[in-house]
Design a protein around this ligand. Sequence first.
Ligand SMILES: [Zn+2]
Ligand SMILES: [Zn+2]
Length: 374
Amino acid sequence: MKAVAVFPGSQQVKIIEQEVPRLFEPDQVLMRMLDVGICGTDKEICSFEYGTPPAGDDHLVIGHESLAEIVQAGPAVARFQAGDLVVPSVRRPCPHRGCLACRSGHQDYCYTGDFRERGIKEAHGYMTEYVVDRERYLNLVPPDLREIAVLAEPLTIAEKALAQIFWMMQHRPPWLDPQAPHQERGRGLSALVLGIGPVGLLGAMTLATAGFTTYVYSRELPPSPRIDLVTAIGATYVSSQTVTFPDLAAQMGNIDLVYEAVGHSHFALQALQVLGTNGIFVLTGVPGLQAFVEADPARLMRDMVLKNQVLLGTVNAGPDAFASALRDLDAFRRRWPEVVRTLIAGRNPPEQAPDLILGRPTGIKSVIAFDAPA
Ligand SMILES: [Zn+2]
Ligand SMILES: [Zn+2]
């Protein structure tokens, strides 16, 4: 079977042939991979900036955003059977007995850093025809979500953040009623999304679905299908090329939430300076090497203390976030059917993966499908 692999030693990205894997533990399943999404992390791995092959291997099979169909379930598998659709999670626990996070199934909060991540760090990924994994790392997908469930993994970033935000909002202003329906939790609050890539757009859709008055701020100028998407979900797009941060803040009023999805340190720092009273600032982007920026930490500290601000970093994600992502994908599909049709730019055969990963992104999310016409 084919797989898309990166060879860091010889700096190559290519299609390889390998054996179809077999079950060797009773709680494992064999999956046929249907869709594998491409994201900025794959680009970094294929540029040899990031990513580590499994110990003893010279290559890493990439791909971490996926949708699969179960082909065979081991005898101890209770939740799945052949034909079920699943989205596998990415991170696998570290081996250390003392890691409270990994030992309780919360490896997204691993203390030691010795976790593995499929398609990223020391474990092969999903950009191949068949994959074996343990039942506990899989999330069941309703058949109605076949066309879009490959977006569940990137959506978990927003879902994990929002779960923490709602928890905080129950314990600090605006003292959210824990019984409030999901779509009303952000009512009366303003959210600013930084960035208009897939993580930013999925974040904006999640925040709009939760009732926030949502703004998206990025460099892009119209015309752009991404800006059209922002408008179509009822959010407001503002370009940083025409409106400054202070003017944006004047337009928005108290900025209750900033959801950073760019990984650009200077941009994030400017946004932190306009965060409102009792505001929460969520960082999801991982910056690469960037120019050194000057800051006024005394002013930032002063604001953070006097305005009760929270700065939260978050990396995806645990089973609850996957369940919320699948629930919200269904909500997106019902609420914005036209928008949802445009989220996946196209399904492409694996031979096109290197060009799609390393080229300029087209559309919102490019997907590799092993049964796509070549
Ligand atoms: Zn990704
Ligand atoms: Zn751990």
